[in-house]
Design a binder for this molecule. Structure first.
Ligand code: SAM
Length: 345
């Protein structure tokens, strides 16, 4: 009996392995597979179930968005002073537009400790730093009725500053099935044609096709890349450092903006240090802005601090973000652990 069974068992194992290897490709593309309850199987094929549980709608307008979007706009404003066209890339774009009065946003109420708190604190501020003013004006332009009900994510903020005459281009990547559909339909309303593209692709991988960017009409190659993962997958930290290392070689003059959470996790702690080392090794200037709102009395956990690391920042950025944080920091501070600072090379 054993002699009969044993070869069959091996034949079955071999056939099963061959089927698995051939099925891996289609499975990776299969949406149902992403949602499999068997997380270990998903990880085996390179994906992680939790990756698709992150929805930026729960977090839109929070303190991290305030820091990220103020830095993004101030960087863009400077880059747009040069006439030559620029390629803008958002590797982790999200849905593009978010309702601040919708169910998602109301559930976490994160904008209460971010945008809304800033808005009410600013009523008492006399001299509003330019980057904050710019940020609030952009948000106001999406809310013609006065109340902040719609929050523009990074794709829409970038679109706002794009110039038709310079032929700027915007390349957006979002993997979440629902958010990529929302992003595509939100962007379609802009009627921007081929100047803006939305792809449901891995943003890290997509950079390979886009950098170095095509030359502008004046012959210069210019690009700004925002890398804003949700970091729900531990490997995102290493991926960020790896792409920065690679593209500082392949396109060293690009401006790279990396958002990262400040949380008690070794990978998170190491990321800004690695980015600093990589920039120094490539002899490229960098800037690191951080904002920690601290723990409040009714705090139920959640993210309290984050940073923006910018490689090849505009020379004006340090001064601008410092002035902005001098207002944003005290406005959003809640308690123990509050801090804000800007350091640079
Ligand atoms: C923090 S949110 C982006 C927010 C957006 N950049 C903004 O500022 O408005 C991160 C997004 O990345 C998406 N995502 C996660 N991994 C991805 C990947 N490898 N490539 C592209 N998108 C990814 C998530 O679905 C999520 O919508």
């Amino acid at each position: 009996m054993f002699l009969f069974w044993e070869p069959l068992r091996w034949e079955f194992a071999a056939t099963f392995t061959v089927v698995c290897v051939f099925a891996a490709g289609p499975l990776k593309r299969c949406e149902a597979f992403y949602y499999t309850k068997n997380q270990r199987l998903a990880e085996l094929f390179g994906y992680h179930q939790s990756m698709f549980s992150y929805r930026h709608a729960f977090h839109a307008g929070n303190h991290a968005d305030v820091l990220k979007h103020i830095t993004l706009l101030a960087t863009l404003r400077h880059l747009m002073q040069k006439e030559a066209g620029i390629t803008l890339i958002d590797t982790h774009a999200g849905a593009g537009l978010y309702r601040l009065d919708g169910d998602y946003s109301q559930k976490g109420a994160e904008a209460e400790d971010g945008l809304f708190k800033l808005l009410s604190a600013l009523e008492k501020v006399q001299d509003m730093p330019e980057p904050i003013q710019d940020y609030l004006e952009q948000i106001a332009s999406f809310n013609p009725n006065g109340q902040a009900k719609v929050y523009p994510g990074s794709p829409f903020l970038m679109h706002k500053l794009m110039r038709h005459e310079s032929r700027d281009r915007l390349r957006l990547f979002e993997l979440h099935p629902t958010d990529s559909k929302s992003l595509a339909s939100n962007i379609a309303q802009l009627d921007a044609g081929r100047t803006i593209t939305v792809s449901r692709e891995d943003g890290f991988e997509a950079l390979k096709k886009l950098l170095p960017p095509p030359a502008s009409a004046t012959g210069s190659k210019r690009a700004m890349v925002l890398i804003d993962p949700s970091y729900e997958i531990k490997s995102d930290y290493a991926k960020v450092a790896n792409v920065i290392q690679e593209y500082l070689k392949r396109f060293s003059t690009g401006t790279y903006l990396v958002w990262y959470p400040i949380i008690p996790r070794p990978e998170a702690h190491d990321l800004p240090r690695r980015l600093r080392t990589l920039s120094n090794q490539a002899q490229k200037p960098w800037l690191n802005a951080t904002l920690a709102i601290g723990r409040g009395p009714n705090d139920v956990g959640g993210l309290v601090a984050s940073g923006m690391f910018v490689i090849n920042p505009p020379f004006t950025l340090k001064d601008q973000i410092r002035k902005a944080l001098d207002v944003v920091g005290p406005a959003l501070a809640r308690g123990t652990g509050k801090s804000w600072q800007v350091e640079s090379s």
